[in-house]
Design a protein around this ligand. Structure first.
Ligand SMILES: Cc1ncc(COP(=O)(O)O)c(C=O)c1O
Length: 455
């Protein structure tokens, strides 16, 4: 007979062995699961998003003014919001139901009317325009619909951050070229940020499928000149390359600058897809409605990705955007037209924020377009301790620490550079000026208090 204690020990050991085995099985199956369900490699660097990080940061730290993300904090003209209210409560029940997949008829007809005039050719509303969930989805469809494994895409830095992960998802390789300031003196404007022509030429080769142009530019505010656009157009034609032209800030251009649509240049319509945004055009970023237009041969591919992604998009918003376009097209030749009055309204805001930044130790670049200001904060380095911030890049450390200390949140521009060029953005912060005057005045007060503390 075994003693009771011995039996108990045996049971205990057997029990423990079972638990160990179970744990081993669990670890094995968890790591097997982790392997199997990891993010597919095609998403490349797309896992991290500055927007996700900074929206979370703003929610946690509640800065007094958020000049980070680009959206207006004021009301837009009444006819725009009224249009949406009218649509959803209209007697026509179909306005709240699915609409045509590639774009609601009334909207594509208005887009055709507007851009036919601007591009100087008749644009076919049915086959040459696709409406999607913001310019963002249109960029996605244009990139995924054209870029394939082995293709190269030329991307001008700094760049709207989604371009890179979209290219990589499509199996393409981005080839980066940075706009660089001609000098770092005072009174620098976005026109001083230029491309190295020889370097740009050297990037074009037989693998180049696409170049992405963004004018007016986010975050620099650069409005590419006729000469710069002609250079890009000539290279596209010479090397049989498609131009994806992101023109979401097309109406935010400050005098005396002029927005040039590359699709309107000789020989460029056939090889250009242009992207626009109702969110930017009518200052309703939450409506997330955008469009792409170009020749039917290229738009076919955009349609295929769109139909296999979201297929169709929000009917009432499209109808309201269509009505807003009709309203503005009816007064297109008047300075009251929102397409022009918005830039007039934004000019003093831009100048005010540039002045605030200059007076308080920053060196801002005066933007010619868009609604962002990029400002060099190098001279403020001795006023802020960045050593206790864990972030890898200096501009992430600066913008977070600055927001905690001053109450003003900006965006770190290194997010708009490729891994190999992050250092080019590290001494800057991006501020948005499409904000109420009272919030800009509060910005002045907060930045001044922060700057003069301890002087
Ligand atoms: C350069 C650029 N392209 C595209 C977009 C996306 O526009 P949407 O909000 O219409 O998707 C933005 C938004 O900030 C942008 O700055």
């Amino acid at each position: 007979m075994f003693k009771r204690g011995f039996l108990q020990n045996c049971v205990q050991i057997a029990f423990e062995q079972r638990i160990v085995k179970q744990c081993q099985r669990n670890i094995y199956s968890t790591s097997k699961m982790a392997d199997k369900f990891k993010l597919p490699n095609r998403y490349g660097t797309g896992e991290k998003s500055v927007w996700v990080e900074y929206i979370q940061f703003a929610a946690e730290h509640k800065p007094a003014v958020n000049l980070g993300q680009g959206f207006p904090d004021f009301h837009v003209p009444k006819h725009i919001t009224q249009a949406l209210a009218d649509v959803v409560t209209s007697d026509n029940p179909l306005l709240n139901q699915y609409t045509r997949g590639f774009g609601h008829m009334r909207l594509v007809n208005n887009l055709s009317a507007l851009y036919s005039k601007l591009i100087g050719r008749e644009i076919d509303a049915l086959n040459e325009i696709v409406v999607g969930c913001g310019a963002y989805e249109c960029l996605y469809c244009a990139i995924l619909g054209h870029v394939d494994k082995g293709d190269e895409v030329i991307v001008i830095e700094p760049f709207f951050d989604c371009y890179e992960p979209m290219i990589r998802q499509a199996g393409g390789t981005p080839k980066f070229i940075a706009l660089q300031p001609k000098n770092d003196g005072h009174n620098i404007s976005s026109a001083d940020w230029v491309l190295d022509e020889a370097k740009l030429k050297s990037l074009f080769n037989e693998k180049t499928k696409m170049i992405i142009l963004n004018t007016p530019h986010n975050p620099l505010g650069k409005v590419f000149t006729q000469k710069e656009i002609e250079l890009i157009a000539d290279l596209c034609k010479k090397h049989n390359v498609l131009c994806l032209s992101d023109e979401v800030y097309e109406w935010m251009v400050y005098e005396p600058n002029k927005h040039i649509r590359i699709a309107s240049l000789p020989g460029m319509w056939e090889r250009t897809i242009t992207v626009g945004s109702a969110g930017k055009t009518f200052s309703v970023t939450g409506w997330k409605t955008g469009w792409a237009y170009g020749p039917a041969t290229l738009m076919k591919n955009v349609q295929v990705v769109h139909q296999n992604c979201v297929y169709t998009f929000n009917t009432p918003v499209q109808e309201a955007v269509a009505r807003s376009f009709e309203f503005e097209l009816a007064r297109y030749d008047s300075p009251d037209c929102y397409f022009y009055s918005l830039a007039q309204e934004l000019t003093p805001k831009r100048d005010y924020l540039v002045k605030i930044l200059k007076e308080n130790g920053f060196n801002p670049t005066l933007p010619e377009g868009g609604y962002f200001i990029i400002a060099d904060w190098k001279k403020l380095e001795n006023k802020i301790n960045l050593n206790d911030q864990p972030e890898k890049y200096k501009d992430f450390r600066f913008t977070k620490k600055f927001a905690k200390e001053s109450g003003v949140l900006a965006i770190p521009p290194s997010a708009f550079y490729s891994e190999e060029h992050k250092q080019l953005g590290e001494n800057y912060a991006r501020f948005c000026f499409i904000k109420k005057d009272e919030n800009l005045a509060l910005t002045e007060k907060l930045i001044k208090e922060w700057y003069t503390k301890g002087l």
